[in-house]
Structures are given as structure tokens and as C-alpha cells.
Design a protein around this ligand. Structure first.
Ligand code: XIL
Length: 377
């Protein structure tokens, strides 16, 4: 792709596995140049970490909120200005697309894709299977045959609808138990209940059969911190990934959600090691849902923003020490629209500030922290 080419970028073009020949860029680096540069870095740069990896250019993305996208003009402009990639925060989940069993509603998903195309942004899909955010009728599925049927037609229809546009999907979201008791503990839910753990294999197989060149991500949260829970979850995630790879399941990427906690340290060594191992297995690594829970952080905005940026730096420093990620994506772009207060409202009543732009769409230190890594400063 040439600079100025209006063709929307495809995540598959950006993946380590499908890298393109080198393009040398001169500063200043624009958003468009940034992403083209990302495609130019060979997979080998992902290994070994350190300075070389930190110099690679990596695309930046954010989850977009379909409720406000059609109407909030400044928000649209901010997404177009700051992002290379958009991911659907909710509108590609089963509860939206499959609110009714017999019909498929892609209205919001199509609108998001159209907005991205107009602004030459790539789009990631989130998510093909998850034990959450399902319509109630999914609970009425009674047999493995029924579950297989619904899963198959959903994945086939959805992946093929956006084939060529969405080339990176979170195929399975959050497969590990919320608080695992062992490294074998998978998340319970309707899909594993009816299909057993093979629901994961099935989803990857279907996604690969519809779009063999796509990036297929296994996405997980709660693996970044130093708590015993996070370490065990990471071990369970790792074990599942190794098992899928051993059995030839068509996984080619892993997603670290990275809903970080301002009050809990990042396990820097553990994350660097994990990322290096994933890269050595030939898997792309994506940061898929970065934000920082600021519930327990100080009230003063400057102080709080600095701590949020520090936590971001700690985490991205660990990731980039282990590999060159394919993407750094935040879960929302602006504090104006964030899911964080749903679970982590501050006791002082002040609004949460977990994202790179504040509620007035002004950049915060978190954005600098991300750019430092994405631009390889
Ligand atoms: C969240 C959205 O941000 C909310 O708007 C929605 O109500 C619930 O889901 N991990 C995920 C995302 O993979 O899909 C979740 O998104 C946040 C946690």
C-alpha cells in the first residue's frame, strides 16, 4: 500500500506472519506512515526484545462505541485522527447480532465498518465465541448438535460477511476460568457445557475454513498482574495455547486484554517471558483491550494520569521486551465513553480516567506512553 492510498488497511497485512518488504520512513511519522511501517518489520524483530523490538512501529487502535459513533462528531474525528485500527466494543457480539435466533442483525457492525472504510482504518472483529454477552435463547440450546449448528452458522456467516475487510478476529474470548483453581480450569458456560472444551477447536477450525488467511486470536484477561490469580490464569492460558498448537488447531495469534489495575503491579518479567515464548511459537501477540482501572488512585487528575501512564509504560515495556506486538489497542479512546465505571466507580464520585484521551478528547500522558512504544521512540 502506498502513502495516500485510500484502500482500508487489513489487519492481516499487519501480522508478523504476513509481513511485507521493508519501507523506510522519514520523520515526522504520520498515523498512516506508522501503520505501513508496522507491516514492514520482519517477524524476527519480534524475538529477543530490548531496544530493537522497542524501535519497531506498531499500529494503535481503540474499541469504538456503536451507540455514539453515528452522532458524536468530535468523537468520530478523534477516532479517525488517533487510530489506525478500530475494534467493535459491543456491536459484533452475539447479543447484538443474534438477539433473535433466526435473524442476524449487522446494522451496527456494518456502520462501524463503513466509518472505518471512509477513514481508511483497519477493523478487528470481537468476538466470535464468548461465554458472556449471549442472548437468552443461547441458554435454551439443549444438545451438542444444536450448539454446533448455531456456532457454525454464526461463524460462517459473520466471518464471510466481512472477509477481506476484517482480517483479524477474536475467535474465542476469555476461555479461562475467572479464578482458576488449576492451570486446566476453563471458563464455564453454555458452549463448553454442550460441546466440551472442543468448542474452542471448532471455532478456530470454522474461522480458518472461511478465511484461511485471517488472523485468529485467542483473547484473555487477568493475566498481566502479580497476584496469584493472575499468575495462575496466565499459566492456564499458556497451557491451553500450547495444547491447541500441539493438536494443530488453527490458532495464529494471542490477545492480552490488559485491563490493568492502577493499584496492582504488572508482572514485568512474567509478561516479557510469556510474550517471547508466544513469538517463538510463531504466534502474533496483540494488546487488545488496554485500559487502567483508576478506582484506587489519587483524586488529583495530574497525579492520577501520571500513574495511569506509568502502569501503561510498565505493561508495554514488558510486552515489547518480549516481542513486537502486532497491535496496541485500548478499550475505548476517551474517558467520555468507558466501561470502567460499570465495575470500578470511584468512591469520591469523580469520573474514571482510564483511557488515552480525557472526556474532552484531550490527550493524556497515557497517549504519550503508548506512542513511545508504538512509534519506537
Ligand atoms: C464490555 C463493553 O465495554 C461494555 O460496553 C459491555 O457492556 C460489556 O462488555 N472484556 C471483553 C469486552 O472482552 O468485550 C468487554 O466489553 C470488556 C471486558
Amino acid at each position: 500500500m502506498r502513502i495516500g492510498d485510500p484502500t482500508p488497511r487489513r489487519m492481516g497485512d499487519l501480522s508478523q506472519s504476513g509481513c511485507k518488504k521493508a519501507v523506510l520512513l522519514k520523520p515526522p511519522v504520520t498515523r498512516r506512515e506508522l501503520i505501513i511501517g508496522a507491516a514492514a518489520v520482519p517477524a524476527a524483530a519480534a524475538l529477543g526484545g530490548g531496544v530493537a523490538a522497542a524501535r519497531a512501529r506498531v499500529p494503535f487502535g481503540a474499541a469504538a462505541n456503536h451507540h455514539v459513533l453515528p452522532t458524536d462528531q468530535p468523537y468520530r474525528a478523534a477516532l479517525a485522527r488517533h487510530c489506525d485500527v478500530l475494534v467493535a466494543e459491543s456491536c459484533m457480539k452475539w447479543e447484538i447480532i443474534r438477539a433473535r435466533r433466526e435473524t442476524y442483525d449487522y446494522t451496527h457492525a456494518d456502520a462501524l465498518v463503513a466509518f472505518a472504510k471512509t477513514n481508511a482504518l483497519a477493523v478487528r472483529g470481537h468476538t466470535l465465541v464468548w461465554c458472556e454477552a449471549n442472548p437468552d435463547w443461547v441458554k435454551t440450546l439443549a444438545t451438542a448438535r444444536e450448539a454446533d449448528h448455531e456456532l457454525s452458522r454464526h461463524i460462517e456467516r459473520t466471518v464471510s460477511r466481512y472477509r477481506g475487510t476484517i482480517t483479524s478476529w477474536d475467535v474465542v474470548n476469555e476461555p479461562i476460568a475467572e479464578k482458576p483453581l488449576s492451570d486446566k480450569d476453563l471458563r464455564p458456560g453454555q458452549w463448553p457445557t454442550l460441546l466440551g472444551p472442543r468448542y474452542i477447536d471448532t471455532a478456530f477450525k470454522l474461522a480458518a475454513s472461511v478465511d484461511p488467511t485471517g488472523q485468529r486470536v485467542l483473547n484473555e484477561y487477568g493475566i498481566e498482574g502479580t497476584s496469584a490469580r493472575d499468575r495462575l490464569k496466565r499459566a492456564a492460558f499458556r497451557r491451553l495455547i500450547l495444547d491447541l498448537k500441539d493438536r494443530g488447531v488453527a490458532i495464529n495469534a494471542v490477545g492480552l486484554q490488559a485491563h490493568l489495575d492502577g493499584a496492582i503491579d504488572v508482572d514485568v518479567d512474567g509478561i516479557a517471558k510469556f510474550c517471547a515464548e508466544m513469538a517463538s511459537l510463531g504466534l502474533a501477540v496483540l494488546v487488545t483491550e488496554l485500559d487502567v482501572n483508576d478506582m484506587m488512585l489519587p483524586a488529583n487528575h495530574a497525579e492520577r494520569d501520571a500513574l495511569v501512564a506509568k502502569r501503561t509504560r510498565d505493561f508495554l515495556g514488558a510486552v515489547f521486551a518480549g516481542c513486537r506486538p502486532d497491535l496496541v489497542c485500548t478499550w475505548g479512546l476517551t474517558d467520555r465513553y468507558t466501561w470502567v465505571p460499570t465495575y470500578f466507580k470511584r468512591r469520591d464520585g469523580d469520573k474514571n480516567r482510564p483511557l488515552p484521551l480525557d472526556a474532552d478528547l484531550k490527550p493524556k500522558p497515557m497517549l504519550d506512553a503508548i506512542q513511545h512504544f508504538c512509534r519506537g521512540a
